[in-house]
Design a protein around this ligand. Structure first.
Ligand code: ATP
Length: 237
């Protein structure tokens, strides 16, 4: 197993008086791809937001390469190599180029230019329409822009909230293909999903239920657990 890039232990968090996370923890190794599976309302978004510093941890600890970052603001985490793609992922009132510039806002200009050239080569549809408003793109193209925006700062770990949301199976396959390509260059992934198709990408899986991590292991181990298999792959699977 690779050395831990990101580690979360005993996280508690919530909204007002409502506690959503009850001691959740996980790890992502350098260059590893991890899928966080869980049903609606399990607390996946909440957990990701705490990892990014978008919500405070009420208890527990987050560390990056062994350094505690639990109370760091989000921008400091992003400068250190984390990137986040929410379910929405893009600013619809801004152009493609402006979205990418925001994604790479902490990079020195020359490095950002090189990175954008690389990204436009991977996403030719975006390159062809770089002045167009993100809101004018189809759902699938928006998702691609969301990924490109998150990658504009050349992160080491891309944290994604339900990238399959609103996508047709065809686009889900394309998103997985793109992520696989960047993962092959050393990008670590943490993907919160309900869509088990994303397990194709997973080197390790965590399940989140009721704000706690239940299972952690390989995809093969998940399949071997009858109860989990039924819960996530359906009775007939
Ligand atoms: P989903 O797939 O539906 O997004 P999830 O696993 O990401 O689910 P969360 O979005 O983290 O789950 O939500 C966990 C719980 O927190 C849910 O019960 C939800 O209703 C509640 N919750 C989420 N956001 C808020 C909020 N802003 N205020 C109050 N409660 C919230």
């Amino acid at each position: 197993m690779p050395a831990d890039l990101l580690r979360a232990e005993g996280l508690a968090a919530g909204y007002g008086k409502v506690r959503v996370l009850w001691g959740a923890g996980l790890t992502v190794g350098a260059g590893e791809s991890v899928v966080l599976l869980g049903p609606n309302g399990a607390g996946k978004t909440t957990l990701l937001k705490v990892l990014l510093g978008l919500m405070p941890a009420w208890a527990g600890r987050v560390s990056l390469e062994g350094e505690e970052i639990t109370t760091w603001p989000s921008d400091r985490r992003v400068r250190r190599g984390l990137a986040y793609m929410s379910e929405i992922g893009v600013f619809t009132a801004l152009s493609i180029a402006e979205n990418l510039a925001i994604g790479g806002q902490f990079s020195p200009p020359a490095r950002l230019r090189r990175r954008l050239d690389e990204l436009y080569a991977v996403f030719p549809d975006l390159a062809a329409r770089r002045g167009a408003l993100a809101g004018s793109l189809s759902g699938g193209q928006r998702k691609m822009l969301g990924i490109a925006k998150a990658l504009a700062g050349a992160p080491r770990l891309l944290i994604m909230d339900e990238p399959s949301a609103g996508l047709s199976p065809l686009f889900v396959g394309q998103v997985i293909g793109i992520l696989r390509r960047f993962h092959a260059t050393g990008l670590a992934l943490l993907i919160a999903e309900q869509n088990v198709k994303f397990l194709d990408l997973a080197e390790r899986v965590f399940t989140l239920e009721g704000g706690r991590v239940g299972f952690s292991g390989s995809v093969a181990e998940l399949h071997a657990d009858n109860a989990l298999h039924r819960a996530y792959f359906g009775l007939g699977a």
